[in-house]
Unconditional design. Structure first.
Length: 236
């Protein structure tokens, strides 16, 4: 019931989006350009891509084996492979959903790829340039993470928020790293795991082995290690 309500809300949201002048209400594609309307047209309504469909922009419900949108997608995309070269607002659900621009919503699949997103990526492997939201999967890769990465292996250039997994790797981390192996270049957060490694930190490491290359109580300590630098009273 809950899933049906969510789906109904999404469909209602799509229906509320006004169609752009010149958009076509229905597209049926066998293998583009073998489709009702040429690829340069935009669709506001329903697109069915039996094998492969391609259009400029897509607003509404997009279903099919392989579908490509050279512009933007607003709505729901369901299929084996979905490619949006512009931005996506809504839901991409498939084996490999790809948004090359920004994504504002939800991506679900075996492998998910986006330029950057606000929302959630749920898949076996999730890849994005930058994120403000949640990545959850076997492996999560991001240029910058703001909120959370949850998976077996989490890799990001900059982490703000939470990394939780068997292995967490970050260039800089103002976050809680929680896992078996935590590695960061500089940490202004807390590392909690079996093996914690950082170049330098302003906080603490708690684990079986804690390594701070510069500025720690000692370079290597069991149980707990921390920064020698004195923090101001306003710093927690």
């Amino acid at each position: 019931m809950k899933r049906l309500l969510i789906f109904a809300v999404l469909l209602a949201s799509i229906a509320a989006v006004p169609a752009h002048a010149g958009d076509k209400p229905l597209q049926i594609a066998l293998f583009s350009p073998a489709q009702i309307f040429a690829p340069e047209h935009s669709i506001s309504g329903l697109r069915l891509s039996i094998l492969y469909g391609k259009n400029a922009n897509m607003t509404g419900l997009d279903c099919g084996l392989v579908s490509e949108t050279t512009g933007d997608l607003v709505g729901i995309q369901l299929g084996l492979v979905g490619i949006v070269r512009g931005k996506t607002e809504g839901l991409q659900w498939g084996v490999v959903p790809v948004t090359k621009g920004s994504l504002n919503g939800l991506q679900c699949g075996f492998g998910t790829v986006s330029g950057h997103f606000e929302g959630a990526q749920l898949g076996f492997v999730n890849v994005t340039g930058a994120m403000n939201g949640l990545q959850m999967g076997f492996a999560n890769v991001s240029g910058a993470t703001d909120v959370a990465q949850l998976g077996l292996a989490n890799v990001t250039g900059t982490a703000i928020g939470l990394q939780c997994g068997l292995a967490n790797i970050s260039g800089d981390a103002d976050a809680l790293q929680l896992g078996g192996l935590n590695i960061t270049g500089m940490s202004t957060g807390v590392q909690f795991g079996l093996l914690n490694v950082t170049g330098t930190t302003t906080r603490f490491q708690i684990g079986l082995i804690n390594i701070i290359e510069r500025g720690g109580w000692l370079p290597i300590l069991p149980i707990v290690n921390g920064s020698r630098a004195r923090r101001s009273p306003n710093t927690y």
